[in-house]
Structure formats: structure tokens, C-alpha cells
Design a protein around this ligand. Structure first.
Ligand SMILES: Nc1ncnc2c1ncn2[C@@H]1O[C@H](COP(=O)(O)OP(=O)(O)OP(=O)(O)O)[C@@H](O)[C@H]1O
Ligand SMILES: [Mg+2]
Length: 323
């Protein structure tokens, strides 16, 4: 039987940490509804923490007295030590299991990443064939896109299980990356009334991890497209601000409920999607912060959502300057 904390005598002892001793006559016991004549309940304490309760009932032929309480306190202190050691052991087992699961994840993600590279290379070879009919070309484009997403996901999982982001610097123009994102977004929204627009206020030359920035923006654009279902607009924009670049991904979708805003970047938080893993934004944040950047969100339910990423456009010189 489960008694809630604070319910019954033992429950009260567990809640307050104060021992209880009750000696009743047969009559008073019946009147009060107690099951035992003599009852003592002592808390199992480790420092200020209550780990459990030791209950003693019906001492043979006698009432419980103060000496019994002292003995019970001693037994309780020994039991508390045992319970505490067991808890420590259980927590260690748990974190060890998590560590092993993490290792397994990263080794699987690593293998998937390599296998997808091979699939991608074969796809590129097929793509180079002359005279493919347009349907076939469409299918190849679709496979390309899905493979790319899987590849991105496996890289995200790798970063996530390592809990560290390695940065490989590359120099490129923002417009070039935006065009690539637009190409993918166009395929993703092919059979919908969703429009994806680019707004390049300053076409900066960036020196950051290109692959990772691509994943950041692609994750945000994918989320924006998901939020639109079938109709609406996504705008991906970029503007210079001192030594930083500010990217905005704005959509006219369903918006984010206020109570979700604080949970968005937590790993495995997902809502309203059949296939969401809830890792996208957690990884986006990890990548942005690894570049000394910030990410924030503004949204109104039923109207819009806007994610704002601010980061140095030249990570190398930024690091040099802020050493
Ligand atoms: N633009 C947006 N509009 C409305 N809700 C959003 C938007 N972006 C994110 N969300 C909400 O935040 C949740 C978390 O997003 P996140 O990208 O971390 O995970 P996910 O998209 O559910 O799964 P995945 O790991 O496949 O990306 C989403 O499930 C969605 O509910
Ligand atoms: Mg997502």
C-alpha cells in the first residue's frame, strides 16, 4: 500500500523528521482506529535529509519507553547509512549506463555518417549520367535531400553525444550559403503554398564553421516550414552589426505557446510533430554558443515566430580580438 508523504503516522514522520511514539490501551486504540497498541516511528536521517522511516509495533507485554526510543534511534541511524550507500550505488549505476548509451550513440552516429557519405557519392555519380528523364531527376533530388538531412542529423548526434562542438573554419559568402538553403527549402515545399524568401541586407564574407552554420540555419528553416503546414511565408535574412552578423528566420506560422518558450532549447523537447526528436534547437544553440554567439526567439501564437542568431562573422579575428 502506498501512503502519500504526510499521510498516516509514518508519512508524517517522513515529512517532518520528528519521531512519534504512541502507546494505547485496547479501548483508545479502537476509538482512534489504530491497528497496533504500541507504535513507534523513527526517521532514517542522513544529515538533514530524510531517507525513510523505521516503524516498530507492539512491543511484547510492555509499552515503548524512552530507552526504546534511544535504541530505535541508533538502529535507524545504521539503517540510514545503508540506505544512503545503496542510493549512491544506484546513482552511479545510472550515470554509468548513461555514459555507455552515449558512447553507443556516438559510435552508431559515426558509422551512419560514413555510410551516408558512400550513398551520397553514388548519388552524385547517377546525377552525372546524361539523358535522365525528369521524373528520375526529381527522385534523385529528393533522395539527395533526405540523405543530406540524415547526414546532418548524424553529425548533430555526434556533437551532442560528445557535448562539444569542434570548429573547422572556412571562408565563404553568406549569399552562397543562402542560395544552397533556398535550393533545399524549395524541394521541401514543392507541393505546398509555402514561399521561402531571402533578404540579404549585407552580403558578408564569413569565416566560421560552414557546415555547422548551414545546419543551424537549415534546422531553423525546417522548423519554420513545419510550423506552416501548407500555407505561409518564411523569410531568412542576414545583416551586419559591428563584428557580428545577425540572422533572422521568420515565419507566419502557428507560433509558439508562451509556456513552451523556456523549454525550446532543452534536449528532446518536441511538440506537435509526428517525427520530431527535439534535438534540433538544442544542437543549434550548442553550435551558436561554440561560435561565441547567442540565439533568441520572439513569437506570438497564431501570428509569427522569429529566431534571431547573432554571432561573429569572422570567428578567428573575433577570438584574436577578445583573447
Ligand atoms: N518556427 C517555429 N514555429 C513554431 N514552433 C516551433 C518553431 N520552431 C520550433 N518550434 C517548436 O519547438 C520544438 C522543438 O524544436 P526542435 O527543432 O528542437 O525539435 P523538433 O523540430 O521537434 O525535432 P527535430 O529534432 O527533428 O528538429 C518543436 O517541436 C516545435 O514545437
Ligand atoms: Mg527541428
Amino acid at each position: 500500500m502506498n501512503i502519500k508523504l504526510g499521510e498516516g503516522v509514518a508519512g508524517k514522520v517522513a515529512k517532518t523528521g520528528v519521531e512519534v511514539m504512541a502507546n494505547h490501551t485496547d479501548e483508545s486504540r479502537e476509538e482512534l482506529g489504530y491497528q497496533a497498541n504500541y507504535f513507534m516511528s523513527v526517521p532514517l536521517k542522513k544529515e538533514d535529509k530524510i531517507l525513510g522511516v523505521l516503524n516498530l509495533t507492539d512491543k511484547e507485554g510492555d509499552f515503548f519507553n524512552d530507552v526504546d526510543v534511544k535504541v530505535a534511534r541508533y538502529i535507524a541511524s545504521q539503517c540510514a547509512l545503508g540506505v544512503d550507500r545503496f542510493n549512491v550505488y544506484r546513482d552511479m549505476r545510472k550515470s554509468e549506463n548513461l555514459r555507455v548509451i552515449g558512447m553507443l550513440n556516438s559510435s552508431i552516429a559515426h558509422d551512419i555518417k560514413n555510410l551516408l557519405h558512400i550513398v551520397q557519392s553514388y548519388l552524385e555519380l547517377i546525377d552525372m549520367e546524361e539523358g535522365l528523364n525528369p521524373d528520375m531527376q526529381d527522385y534523385i533530388n529528393a533522395i539527395h535531400l533526405e540523405v543530406k538531412r540524415l547526414h546532418g542529423l548524424s553529425l548533430d548526434l555526434l556533437d551532442f553525444s560528445r557535448q562539444r562542438v569542434s570548429i573547422n573554419l572556412e571562408t565563404f559568402k553568406v549569399s552562397e550559403m543562402f542560395t544552397e538553403i533556398l535550393k533545399h527549402a524549395t524541394i521541401m515545399t514543392k507541393d505546398t503554398n509555402i514561399s521561402v524568401e531571402l533578404n540579404i541586407i549585407n552580403d558578408l564574407t564569413m569565416k566560421v564553421d560552414r557546415g555547422k552554420l548551414f545546419r543551424v540555419l537549415f534546422n531553423l528553416v525546417s522548423n519554420a516550414i513545419d510550423a506552416l503546414e501548407n500555407d505561409g511565408k518564411v523569410v531568412l535574412s542576414c545583416e551586419a552589426d559591428g563584428e557580428c552578423v545577425v540572422f533572422k528566420v521568420r515565419d507566419t506560422g502557428k507560433g509558439i505557446p508562451r509556456e513552451y518558450l523556456s523549454k525550446l532549447f532543452q534536449p528532446f523537447f518536441t511538440s506537435g510533430k509526428a517525427k520530431g526528436t527535439g534535438l534540433g534547437l538544442a544542437i543549434v544553440q550548442m553550435i551558436v554558443e561554440a561560435h561565441n554567439g547567442t540565439i533568441s526567439v520572439d513569437s506570438e501564437e497564431g501570428l509569427f515566430t522569429e529566431f534571431i542568431v547573432r554571432m561573429p562573422y569572422n570567428y578567428e579575428s573575433f577570438k584574436e580580438l577578445h583573447k
